[in-house]
Design a protein around this ligand. Sequence first.
Ligand code: PLP
Length: 526
Amino acid sequence: MDSDTFREFGKAAVDFIADYMDSIRDCDVLSSVAPGYLFDLLPKEIPEKPEDYKTILKDIHDVIKPGITHWQSPNMHAFYPTASSFPSIVGEMLSAGFGVIGFNWICSPACTELEVVVMDYLAKFLNLPKEFMHSSEGPGGGIIQGSASEAVLVAVIAARDEAVRRIKAERPDMSESDIRGKLIAYSSDQSNSCVEKAGVLAALPIKLLPTDDDLILHGETLQKAIEEDISNGLIPVICIATLGTTGTCAYDDIVTLGPVCQKYNVWLHVDAAYAGATFALDEYAHLRFGMEMVDSFNFNMHKMLMINFDCTAMWLRDANRVIDVFSVDRIYLKHKYEGQSQIPDFRNWQIPLGRRFRALKVWITLRIYGAEGLRTQIRKHIELAKRFERFVVADERFEIVFKSTLGLVCFRPKGANEITTNLLARITERKKIYLIQANHKAKHFLRFVVCGMDPKEHDIDFAWQEIQQQLCELLQPDSKQSVPAALEDNVKNEKEEIVFGKSEIGAITQQLSNDLHISVGCEKSK
Ligand code: PLP
């Protein structure tokens, strides 16, 4: 392809993305295709002759798009957000344009140095202890990893091998395999599956410790487990705490976990994949308590920070603890500026050798929005979740299951688990919105998360209408709910009481919100 055709193709692709985003609300958030749909639609071999880009773009529209789950849609409410943004997409494109692989500094000085710059920007933005910054006196610094899973794995492997070396020095009578067989790590029973997976990949058993009623892991529980394990001859290595668990966005008690880790020489890693972005907000300063005792920390820019997947920030208080374990040198990687202070060899901070130029999309996004714009975006997620929570609270058929935090609301229709499961099945079948369920102490509940590239209040209202309507139809199969076409208009019209539907289903009719003065009811279908 020559550069003229590339210009046409690239511009057409940008138009395609812009049109896609402009019309994203018109698409069902979930795809309607059946498993294997694509195999019959595409040829079985590479085309023998070159094809025109216009044909390919048409196929993307006709064949690929129908098989997309629209993660950037504001009707996505499952998992956690993977919010992208136009600046980040442009950054990704430019990075592909340069097409560098930043093994080390000489393989692209800007790739390494821009990463140092943006990781220090972010450390300041998140109010992290200064020891985590490249520009601090000490050996700390930040790196962009692909995912939270990679960041956790890096911490687990580094902590494991550091412990092996330490014990070997302290106990020359023990063989390395003896030592490895006695290592043990800790996390909570609410931590993300990637923590358990890191244990599997690192051949390091991870005990998933019990949490309290609010699903929080405390230092006391960790201490008890460590003491028991030490008395059984085991060697504690690392504790992976979570700020913002995947299920309910619970925050482990770093303030009490920290001293226990310090007492027993246990590495404390904090996985704040989702909640980490809130460190930037003064009103969430309490989430940062205890960070001075944390050895490593990760958060996903590809969650609330509008930088497209994959983009996980990881900071290390002492990067040498990873470098000492991960460094493997080859003559072809040597260059004359190697080992200069202030210039990290990031390949020794991560699992792969090759490095994408992710810092470019980060830098562009940070500059286009500015710190203020980013904080506004994070607050918007929180506000929209509060709006949804108010709807749930005002409807007596539903209950909040856990205190809502950030952009997540855990709720359920009152009554048997079956109602929750069936409600979700109906909603999923209709594909208008996408939620997932979770389970705690045998109670099923739904997780509503604010997601998408540009969610608005009316998207939250749309989701709530869909949930209410489906509950109505589930509870009374011969009824259909009549709900306002534009709830947002009613929200603005605060003093007006509007009653929709017939009063004959009075038990189901409820006051939507005391402050909004809106009632929504069910109406029998004709
Ligand atoms: N940790 C937490 C708390 C998460 O919620 C998630 C995913 O949502 C992960 C880790 C895994 O993230 P990644 O896909 O970046 O590995």
